[in-house]
Design a binder for this molecule. Sequence first.
Ligand code: NDP
Ligand code: VHF
Length: 421
Amino acid sequence: MTESVLDYMTRLGRAARQASRVIARATTAQKNRALLAAADALDAARPELAAANEQDLANGRANGLEPALLDRLALTPARIDEMIEGLRQVAKLPDPIGEIRDMRYLPSGIQVGKMRVPLGVIGIIYESRPNVTIDAAALCLKSGNATILRGGSEAIHSNRAIATCIQQGLAAAELPAHVVQVVETTDRAAVGALITMPEFVDVIVPRGGKSLIERVSRDARVPVIKHLDGVCHVFIDVAADLDKAIRIADNAKTQRYAPCNTMETLLVHGAIAERVLPPLAAIYRDKGVELRGCEQTRSILGADVLEATEEDWRTEYTAPILSIRVVDGLEQAIEHINTYGSHHTDSIVTENFTDARRFLNEVDSSSVMVNASTRFADGFEYGLGAEIGISTDKLHARGPVGLEGLTSEKYVVFGDGHVRT
Ligand SMILES: NC(=O)C1=CN([C@@H]2O[C@H](COP(=O)(O)OP(=O)(O)OC[C@H]3O[C@@H](n4cnc5c(N)ncnc54)[C@H](OP(=O)(O)O)[C@@H]3O)[C@@H](O)[C@H]2O)C=CC1
Ligand SMILES: N[C@@H](CCC(=O)OP(=O)(O)O)C(=O)O
């Protein structure tokens, strides 16, 4: 790259701003045409996608990338199928843009309501998971936004190949190429530039771990919708149905280890711990999950359970490791979650309505659940069609963010020569 990273990002930002005006007024049919043509382009580019991905995987292996990260980086034929299907699904979703609601006449005679509009230009910074490039591009396009996508550096070749397909989709629908731009450099200075261009970027979505968030929180001059790490909990209450408790605690930890909605800490009511922990530990041990526990957990399960430290309670392992704490009741469980959790997703297992209601009211997380696995915290599972990710922020959008989370509303007013007196 001959120009500086700052000049490059400024060029992307300016182009995105211009393109955002075009995509904001594009018809639903035109946006759907772009999505469906991009799906066809992905289908036709399977060999190119596989070759680009192999380059990323080879670099990842050479750089000692962990197996779990290599797995997220891989574009298998099944994942390409999912990306294609994802584009077609988003094309089928209702277009939120332009919807006007709550029109009413006021005493002055004017008519006032709200109209749903795009946010404008959205910058997304995310992990080395190439399928996110398609999900993010599709949702931003359908919601009438221009987007600048900065995926993880390990996925750069795959992301470039995917970007080519998106460009073909945009061209087929006669939309500007700059509606979706993939950052072509892995230099982290590009992140610094993206988050400090309020004149070109309306909102930043950072999807990632602590290092990213610290940087964004420190430096951003653009509004941020944080999609942070998940230190998620399941609390097995004294009034839990044991069968449900075991199914939920097993699924929340072992269905997949890496996602942000996987349980990292299991809390168990002291009065039920001796009955529930041994059968659960047997399942975890069978699946190769390393257990770390408080003193009481270790006295029930044996000394091969490592001692959990203060650090464990705050840790998102994204790996087959689980910390377990026996608590003296609901109060202590809620206190633990609000102190050590990341306000992402937490679940209580109980048959007691009052305990369930207290948990829902008092746990300060983007999803709070009763008798369900934390793994359900997902836009598709919540019926949004798809998701950009899970917002751990409280303002604008909280929890899984789909099309509506990428829009805003403005007031519309109709008069007929009305003036204020
Ligand atoms: N809430 C949600 O919806 C989601 C949350 N996550 C969370 O993401 C984490 C896992 O992802 P992981 O792969 O570790 O993600 P990272 O946080 O390591 O990376 C994500 C992106 O941020 C960039 N980045 C990281 N640190 C910095 C920095 N200091 N300055 C500039 N850019 C930076 C990375 O760039 P580079 O390539 O240069 O490293 C990458 O593009 C977990 O904590 C998981 O819970 C994941 C998915 C969804
Ligand atoms: N909502 C998604 C998880 C999002 C997420 O954490 O993604 P990732 O960490 O990239 O696997 C799901 O439940 O599959």
